[in-house]
Ligand binder design. Structure first.
Ligand code: PLP
Length: 365
């Protein structure tokens, strides 16, 4: 049996008519940048989240940089980020001239540890960027408490967690601003690069919109120096169609993740935690000894897996020189033992059973 890691094609085919029509309409209107379709998507997405403002941009990495810039965070400032994430979370901090300061993640939940955040605060700290890693909400009430105590900004990196909730409240609504990626493989994915910033702070959103569009709100009225980071109209049209299905797709992800948990229950490994927060399972990550051998063995049996991520961020070449490895035991163990199994809304239960059977057979050997 072949089990692919993701299958973007079957999702496209399930909504092909609508998508093709949306694309065709953009082509006929030849409005490729900006225009009403981009604004409509921004309104739909902020409505979906229950936030007041959505500013679209070119990708999820730009989104973080733009928020940092809009908060005047730059040279000499420190921003606390989790030791385990996709590199963008830390890299965006470097791009604006500030320094990412890493905090280890929580055991089993793998989101940033609020106690470790405290231990990393200095008088240069300006902000915290919690990441809702794999689709699981970070510990937002404790994080907001630390942020309020030390007067720090909070930027939620929601790239992996469209629609996730922390104790009944949608993520992206806790901090000063939140960022999303619509990279094709994300839970809400465009057919190319795309991203956005959301916020309930109108002034902040307006500044982000200016920065993303050459420092102007109207044409040739450059109030500041900005950049070019726009959402293509084609991508907005595609996202507008796909947004209608996100809750359905998320429900399917959750159902499949629960089925994995059930099928893998007997294994002596760490399975994803399902607690009182809504995990949207961008990734289904198990922690297993001899991970690399297990990965190779699964590959031989037709099962594609991936690693998110093979290195804790502080151990990467751009950062390692200034880091103390002993600070990040949880992130480092996750880099060693974490294995992402195939999970996508269209994944058949029979394939989950097959993956589980393979894993169980290794255990018995
Ligand atoms: C994907 C991702 C990003 C970056 O998004 P891009 O659209 O690829 O730039 C940022 N943070 C996290 C946690 C991500 O998973």
């Amino acid at each position: 049996m072949i089990v692919p890691f993701v299958d973007l094609k079957s999702q496209y085919h399930s909504i092909k008519q609508e998508i093709d029509k949306a694309i065709q309409d953009v082509l006929e209107n030849t409005s490729f940048i900006g225009g009403p379709i981009v604004r409509e998507f921004e309104q739909s997405f902020s409505g979906y989240l229950g936030v007041q403002h959505c500013v679209s941009c070119a990708n999820g990495t730009d989104a973080i940089e733009i928020v940092l810039q809009s908060l005047d965070i730059g040279v000499g400032d420190e921003v606390i980020v989790p030791a385990m994430s996709w590199i963008s979370t830390a890299e965006a901090v470097n791009t604006v001239g500030a320094t990412p300061v890493f905090a280890d993640v929580l055991p089993e939940k793998f989101t940033i540890d609020p106690v470790k955040i405290r231990s990393k605060i200095t008088d240069r700290t300006k902000a915290i960027i919690p990441v809702h890693l794999y689709g699981k909400a970070a510990e937002m009430s404790e994080i907001m408490a630390v942020a309020n105590e030390f007067d720090l900004k909070v930027i939620e990196d929601c790239a992996q967690a469209h629609g996730a909730e922390f104790r009944g409240q949608k993520i992206s609504t806790f901090g000063d601003a939140a960022t999303f990626s619509f990279y094709p493989g994300k839970n809400l994915g465009a057919y190319g690069d795309a991203g956005c910033i959301v916020s309930n702070n109108g002034d902040l959103a307006e500044k982000c919109r200016m920065i993303a569009n050459h420092g102007q709100l109207s044409k040739h009225n450059h109030q500041m120096t900005g950049r070019n980071s726009r959402l293509d109209t084609l991508q907005a049209a595609i996202l507008q169609v796909k947004l209608k299905y996100i809750d359905e797709w998320t429900a399917q992800r959750i159902e499949k993740a629960k089925y994995y948990n059930e099928c893998l229950r007997e294994l002596n490994i760490t399975l994803p935690v399902m607690d009182d927060s809504k995990h949207v399972f961008h990734l289904y990550v198990i922690n297993i000894e001899d991970r690399d051998e297990v990965k190779t063995e699964l590959q031989k049996r037709g099962v594609a897996t991936q690693i998110h991520y093979p290195n804790a961020l502080p151990l990467l070449p751009p950062y390692i020189a200034n880091e103390n490895i002993a600070d990040y035991p949880i992130a480092i163990a996750l880099a060693q033992n974490g294995l992402s199994l195939p999970l996508f809304p269209e994944l058949k239960k029979s394939k989950i059973e097959y993956v589980a059977e393979q894993l169980l057979s290794f255990e018995k050997k």
